[in-house]
Write a protein that binds this ligand. Structure first.
Ligand code: CMP
Length: 140
């Protein structure tokens, strides 16, 4: 069953540094998402570790935190029908090498770590991740 929902997107430091944040925002809008919140910020180590706490202990965790703190990111609260699924479709597979043609990670990702964008993977994750960056009052 489809329903209007929200998801958290991050345009990662590799994309911001390359100057393609605007192109990614444009692709998000063209895909029918409403942008309910958007902010550029730089994560520090504590904030990146807290965001990715479910991955703590995995072999890629330290590298992931280092990458996510290397420069500014853009965090977005996205809304549309089936937001979580549709944003995951637009992003493509985690590893750009496996991502479908036309997806953002296929177009802009350069490795499984430097994969250009992030998205929530489930309803509960989306609630946690949206709350990590945006207050309820801010999103309306
Ligand atoms: P993301 O969707 O932000 O969620 C967790 C991130 O960890 C993922 O994108 C990748 O950037 C990174 N990641 C996941 N698996 C690996 C891996 N095997 N090696 C390196 N980085 C990974």
């Amino acid at each position: 069953m489809s329903q209007v929902g929200r998801t958290l997107a991050i345009i990662k430091p590799d994309s911001v540094a390359r100057g393609i944040a605007g192109e990614i925002v444009s692709a998000i809008e063209q895909a029918g998402f409403r942008i309910r919140g958007m902010r550029m910020l730089r994560l520090n180590r504590e904030r990146a570790e807290g965001f990715y706490a479910v991955h703590r202990g995995k072999p890629f965790f330290a590298g992931l935190v280092e990458f996510m703190t290397e420069g500014p990111v853009v965090v977005l609260a996205l809304e549309r029908e089936d937001a979580i699924l549709k944003w995951r479709e637009l992003m493509g597979a985690t590893n750009p090498a496996n991502a479908a043609e036309g997806t953002l990670r296929r177009r802009f990702g350069t490795s499984i770590q430097r994969n250009c964008v992030h998205g929530s993977d489930a309803h509960e994750t989306a609630r946690f991740e949206l709350g990590y960056f945006f207050s309820e009052a801010e999103l309306g």
